[in-house]
Design a protein around this ligand. Structure first.
Ligand code: FAD
Length: 306
């Protein structure tokens, strides 16, 4: 059995694995795709101490660092269930195999909900963005749209308004769902336009985004906005379906963790974008992964099992 079995091979999982292996305990990582979301990222400019890097390059360094240690990496394996036990937990894989571990660290990350309209995939990273903290400064002085009028959309619009030339916020419904205090702030900004009852139907561009088409859901007419960037803020979906009924999840499907990364099940820890910890960022996921791993080690030295 593993002392620590990490589920997920993104920044949180890689950090957890390195911290565990450095304690000289039996460590494994099982990941559907090593690298996680970082693999899909173009430019990274906020990984502190590294001025600029690119996703696949950072993933290669993560892999190299993990491989410095005795970590059993099982890549391209999807976990289908976690069965908690008294001393040993069982992690079941989609291929039918089962792994046993004294402690489990879940670091399965999340994915942005997509609009699923023509042009969105094609222009991803070429004007279509999902993270204002990551990509906002790339649009300095340019025109952008934010799709989604919930808290994250309105927060993104307020944030971006301080960086870009103009923000158009598009909401599908006829009202914004964000908190009143955020809406008040939004409407006070001179360079923000809010369009409600707007269904985004297409992202247009040549080599980069040059516009967005939406349907006015009241008149039925199609409208076009010229812009350079589109931030999609219609939800972040944690990869936690396989945990339903096993560990406590928030109403958004995030794993509920305490300050040590402990979940509702003793010996099961979680870290990164799949948890209730706010602000989904690489540097935060790594810190949380390290923390969950130290907590798992603490759990091991306190439990009776040798
Ligand atoms: P993830 O990176 O999502 O990794 C999850 C891991 O779990 C993967 O290995 C995945 O395959 C695996 N997994 C999931 N489900 C299962 C399962 N059932 N069984 C087995 N394995 C599973 N952050 C920044 O700080 N700066 C940026 O510039 C930046 N740009 C971004 C750009 C894009 C396009 C995207 C999508 C995100 C960006 N982010 C950025 C956010 C950042 O990538 C995430 O916050 C970070 O990757 C979270 O790390 P994580 O380890 O928690 O999860």
């Amino acid at each position: 059995a593993f002392d620590v079995l990490v589920v997920g091979g993104g920044p949180a999982g890689a950090a957890a694995a390195i911290y565990a292996a450095r304690k000289g305990i039996r460590t494994g990582v099982v990941a559907e795709r090593f690298g996680g979301q970082v693999m899909d990222t173009m430019a990274i400019e906020n990984f502190i101490s590294v001025k600029y890097t690119e996703g696949p390059k950072l993933v290669a360094s993560l892999e190299e660092h993990v491989k410095e240690y005795e970590v059993d990496v099982m890549n391209l394996q999807r976990v289908s269930a976690l069965v908690p036990g008294e001393n040993l937990h069982e992690v079941r894989l989609e291929n039918g195999a089962a792994l046993k571990a004294k402690t489990v660290i879940v670091a399965t990350g999340a994915r942005w909900r997509e609009m699923n309209v023509p042009g969105e995939k094609e222009f991803r990273g070429k004007g279509v963005a999902y993270c204002p903290h990551c990509d906002g400064p790339l649009f300095k002085g340019k025109r952008v749209a934010v799709v989604g009028g919930g808290n994250s959309g309105v927060e993104a619009a307020i944030d971006l308004a301080g960086v870009v030339a103009h923000v158009t916020l598009l909401e599908f419904a006829d009202t914004l769902r964000a908190d009143a205090v955020l809406q008040k702030k939004l409407y006070s900004l001179p360079n923000v336009t809010v369009i409600k009852s707007a269904q985004t139907t297409e992202v247009t561009g040549t080599d980069k985004v040059n516009g967005l088409v939406y349907k006015d859901r009241v008149s039925g007419e199609m409208q076009r906005i010229e812009l350079e960037g589109i931030f999609v803020q219609i939800g972040l979906l944690p990869n936690t379906d396989f945990l339903k009924g096993t560990v406590e999840l928030s109403r958004f499907g995030e794993i509920v963790v305490d300050a040590k990364g402990q979940t509702s099940v003793p010996g099961v820890f979680a870290a990164g974008d799949c948890t209730t910890v706010p602000y989904k960022q690489i540097i935060i996921a790594m810190g949380e992964g390290a923390k969950a791993s130290l907590s798992a080690f603490d759990h091991l030295i306190r439990s009776s099992a040798p």
